[in-house]
Design a protein around this ligand. Structure first.
Ligand code: SAM
Ligand code: GLN
Length: 297
C-alpha cells in the first residue's frame, strides 16, 4: 500500500476518510464502513471506540498492522475473511476461505424453521442440515430452538473443520453431529428427521461472471455452483428426501432467483407433502421453499 504515506501524520479520522475513498475507488461498496472495521481490528479495539479517538495519531506499528488489511480489502477479499469472523443471527462465527460467508437471507430460512417447530409444538426434534459450511444454520437451530440434536453434513472436509471449531466455541458441540459426505450419503438407513434444512449451492455454472469479485474470486466454488441451471443440488435434495423425513416433517430449502416455482413443482409431484409454500426475503424475492405435512405425534 504505497499510497498510504508513511511520512504523513495520520489521525484516526483522516485515515478512515482516506481509506474509505481508496476502497470505493477499488469498487468496494461501503468503503468507509469497511475501513472502520479494518482499523478497529488492527488496533484491537471496537468501531465505537474509534469514534472516541478521531484525533488520535496512529503509531508506526499501528499503521504497519493496518496497511496489509487495507491492501487485502482493496483486492476485494471479503471483509469477513480478513477479520476471520462473521455475524449470523446471535452467533459470531469463525470464517475463512473454506466456507461461504453466511448471508442475511439465510437468517430467514432459520426463522421459518424455528417458527414451524414452535407452531407444531415439537419437543426435542432432530434436524438435518445438508451443506452446513460454517455451521451457521445448524448452530443457530440448537442455539435458538428446542432441538435435541442436529446432524450437519458437508462434502468439504475443510468446511467441516471450521464448523467443528464454531460448534466448540458456541458451547453446543454435544448437540451437533458433523458428517462428511454428499447429500444423504452420510446417513444410515432408517435415520429420520423432523426437520431437513439446506442452503445448498444454487448458482448456475455460467453465471460466475455475474457475481461480485468478493464471491467469485474468494468464496469456495463448491459452495456456490450447482450445474448448468444451478438446480443440481436442490433437485437431488428435493427428490431424495422421502426416506429421511419423518411423516409430517418439514423440508426447508433456500433457493436462488427464479428457482422457487420449479422446486415447488418438484416437491408437489413427490406426493409426500400436504403443503408446499414459498417465503420471500426482505427485498421481496422468493427465497425459501417450505414443504411439510402435519406432525401427528
Ligand atoms: N449452510 C451454510 C450457510 O448457509 O451459510 C453454507 C451454505 S453453502 C451455500 C453450501 C454448502 O454445501 C457448502 O459448504 C458446500 O461445501 C456444501 N456442499 C456442496 N455440495 C454438497 C453436497 N453434494 N452434499 C453436501 N454438501 C454439499
Ligand atoms: N446467496 C449466494 C450468492 O451470493 C449463493 C449461495 C448459494 O448458492 N447458496 O449468490
Amino acid at each position: 500500500m504505497s499510497n498510504l504515506d508513511r511520512r504523513r501524520d495520520w489521525t484516526v479520522l483522516k485515515l478512515i476518510e482516506w481509506s474509505g475513498q481508496y476502497l470505493e475507488e477499488k469498487g468496494v461498496e461501503r468503503g468507509r464502513l469497511d475501513a472502520e472495521h479494518l482499523l478497529a481490528h488492527a488496533m484491537s479495539t471496537t468501531r465505537l471506540d474509534l469514534y472516541l479517538q478521531y484525533d488520535r495519531l496512529l503509531s508506526g506499528p499501528e499503521l504497519d498492522q493496518y496497511r496489509p488489511l487495507l491492501t487485502r480489502r482493496a483486492r476485494r477479499e471479503p471483509l469477513q475473511y480478513i477479520l476471520g469472523r462473521a455475524g449470523f443471527r446471535n452467533l459470531e462465527l469463525e470464517v475463512d476461505q473454506a466456507v461461504l460467508i453466511p448471508r442475511p437471507e439465510t437468517e430467514i430460512l432459520v426463522d421459518e424453521v424455528l417458527q414451524w417447530v414452535s407452531e407444531n409444538k415439537l419437543k426435542n426434534p432432530v434436524a438435518l442440515d445438508i451443506g452446513t459450511g460454517s455451521g451457521a444454520i445448524a448452530l443457530s437451530l440448537v442455539h435458538e430452538g428446542p432441538f435435541s440434536r442436529v446432524v450437519a453434513t458437508d462434502t468439504s472436509s475443510v468446511a467441516l473443520e471450521v464448523a467443528t471449531r464454531n460448534s466448540l466455541m458456541s458451547g453446543f458441540s454435544d448437540r451437533v453431529d458433523f458428517r462428511l459426505g454428499k447429500f444423504y450419503e452420510p446417513l444410515t438407513v432408517g435415520e429420520v428427521f423432523e426437520v431437513i434444512v439446506s442452503n445448498p449451492p444454487y448458482v448456475a455454472d455460467g453465471e460466475a461472471q455475474d457475481l461480485e469479485p468478493e464471491i467469485r474470486e474468494w468464496e469456495p466454488g463448491v459452495a456456490l455452483y450447482a450445474g448448468p441451471d444451478g438446480l443440481a443440488a436442490l433437485r437431488r435434495i428435493a427428490t431424495g428426501v422421502g426416506p429421511y423425513l419423518k411423516p409430517g416433517g418439514l423440508l426447508a430449502l433456500e433457493v436462488g432467483l427464479g428457482q422457487a416455482t420449479y422446486i415447488m413443482e418438484l416437491l408437489e409431484n413427490t406426493g409426500e407433502f400436504r403443503t408446499v409454500r414459498v417465503c420471500r426475503d426482505l427485498s421481496g424475492r422468493e427465497r425459501v421453499v417450505l414443504a411439510h405435512g402435519e406432525m401427528t405425534d
